[in-house]
Design a protein. Structure first.
Length: 400
């Protein structure tokens, strides 16, 4: 196990009825005199009543706020810039993000960009400086998926260059997050599946590691994966199953607050490859991941059979006579079966990508978007991937 630092400042209000605490927590963490930006997405919170509860709670405590809705999945840089202008004009001191990963990420980007008076916010994503300051962000999570409610990360798409870049700084970890599983009852089945795929991938990115002697985090990863799979299938049968949602809500946050990744080298190649797909084709992140992940597993199988076999044994209870390669194959097959049961795509065609015309471009972007000297920066650590590897993986994903 490697040495590590861990700093997680997020106050976590979890469980039934915790939405009712939004006024109390905003007042506690933002202060009575705060100027709050209420940030949200395309309208689901207005349809399911969450918006009304939040607005009533803020008004009831005399907390001033202005609104900025309209965040779309794969959140856009243009709205982030608009949010920054609004925050400066209204002297915003606190951002309350009510929504999923896209809303929360948009809020974090605004929070990082407001103090950058002399530069455009996109520079932060390209150059990745340490932030000197940021506005505090808090969240009411409406869809468990990205873990952004307790992560320091934000992922934004520049719609002009079609670049989707991530950035992380501890100052962006939310100051509080409300995870009330009853808010998840209105999520449509395809979005449930996308969220489940994403949280599983956050665990894979940490689990598939070359660092030896990480029994505790290996075991935690396997346990959370088993819990997600069982609970997700329960939600397929009944999307109002509170207990299943509570497990999924807990797991989604655990999957990406980095507890499961402590002391170990992490991979992140599947995320890197997926972000290029969603940047160009605007598909849901979780759907892109269910296509890329099995292809990546097949690509690394020959070299990395032992860990893939451990996954098959400890997550799915499968074994093929002690043979790692065959056991690993069984595990990949079982994962694909699970994705299919969830209604997730497992091929590029199912994702709506019918030809390979952009594969080279996406692969090059995945390894060059942060290179300063034109040399490829490989994706991943478990098995380093250069652009020719990535093209091969995209091709494998054409016919899984
Ligand atoms: O926009 P509204 O109308 O709210 O609808 C949303 C949206 O259409 C809907 N939804 C959310 N809560 C709902 C609901 N519908 C009904 N009932 C509810 N309770 O769901 C749709 C998807 O929402 P979105 O926020 O886009 O999904 P998700 O949470 O999966 O976020 C995806 C984004 O996060 C990034 C992804 O790349 C993608 O851009 N990621 C962020 C990470 C982070 N910050 O740490 C890590 C991840 O790896 C990921 O890259
Ligand atoms: Zn993700």
């Amino acid at each position: 196990m490697e040495n590590f630092d861990y700093w997680n400042r997020t106050f976590w209000a979890f469980g039934r009825g915790t939405l009712g605490r939004v006024g109390e927590l905003t007042e506690r963490f933002a202060g009575k005199d705060a100027n709050v930006l209420l940030h949200f997405g395309g309208g689901s919170i207005k349809r399911n009543g969450v918006y009304d509860v939040v607005v009533r709670a803020l008004r009831g405590r005399g907390i001033r706020f202005v609104e900025l809705g309209g965040v779309v999945p794969n959140p856009r840089l243009s709205l982030v810039r608009e949010g920054i202008r609004l925050c400066r004009k209204e002297k915003i001191s606190f951002i309350l993000a009510v929504g999923g990963g896209s809303v929360i990420d948009s809020a974090k980007a605004i929070a990082a960009g407001v103090p950058e008076e002399n530069g455009d916010v996109w520079k932060i994503f390209v150059e990745r400086p340490r932030l000197k300051s940021a506005i505090d962000v808090a969240t009411v999570l409406t869809i468990p998926a990205t873990g952004s409610e307790m992560s320091p990360n934000t992922v934004i798409t520049d719609e002009e260059s079609r670049l989707k870049l991530g950035y992380g700084d501890e100052k962006l970890r939310p100051i509080f997050s409300i995870v009330d599983p009853e808010l998840f009852f209105t999520i449509p089945q395809n979005q449930i599946a996308n969220g489940v795929s994403d949280m599983m991938s956050h665990i894979f990115e940490r689990y598939f590691s070359n660092t030896p002697n990480c029994r505790l985090t290996d075991g935690l990863c396997e346990s959370v994966l088993r819990t997600i799979i069982a609970s997700a299938l329960a939600l397929r049968r009944d999307a109002h199953d509170y207990d299943a949602w509570a497990e999924i809500g807990f797991a989604g946050t655990m999957a990406h607050n980095n507890l499961l990744g402590l002391g170990r080298e992490q991979d992140w190649a599947c995320h890197g490859m997926e972000h290029e797909i969603s940047a160009i084709y605007d598909v849901a992140h979780g759907a892109g991941l269910s296509v890329v992940t099995p292809a990546w597993m097949k690509y690394v199988l020959a070299e990395k059979a032992a860990k893939l076999a451990q996954f098959a044994r400890n997550v799915f209870g499968l074994d093929s006579g002690g043979n790692d390669i065959e056991t690993a194959r069984l595990g990949i097959g079982e994962l694909v079966k699970f994705y299919k049961e969830m209604g997730l795509p497992v091929t590029m065609v199912e994702l709506g990508i019918r030809d390979d015309s952009k594969f080279e471009e996406m692969a090059k972007k995945a390894v060059l978007s942060r290179s300063r000297d034109g040399k490829e920066i490989p994706q991943g650590h478990f098995r380093k991937l250069f652009s020719d590897d990535i093209v091969k993986i995209y091709r494998l994903a054409q016919n899984a």
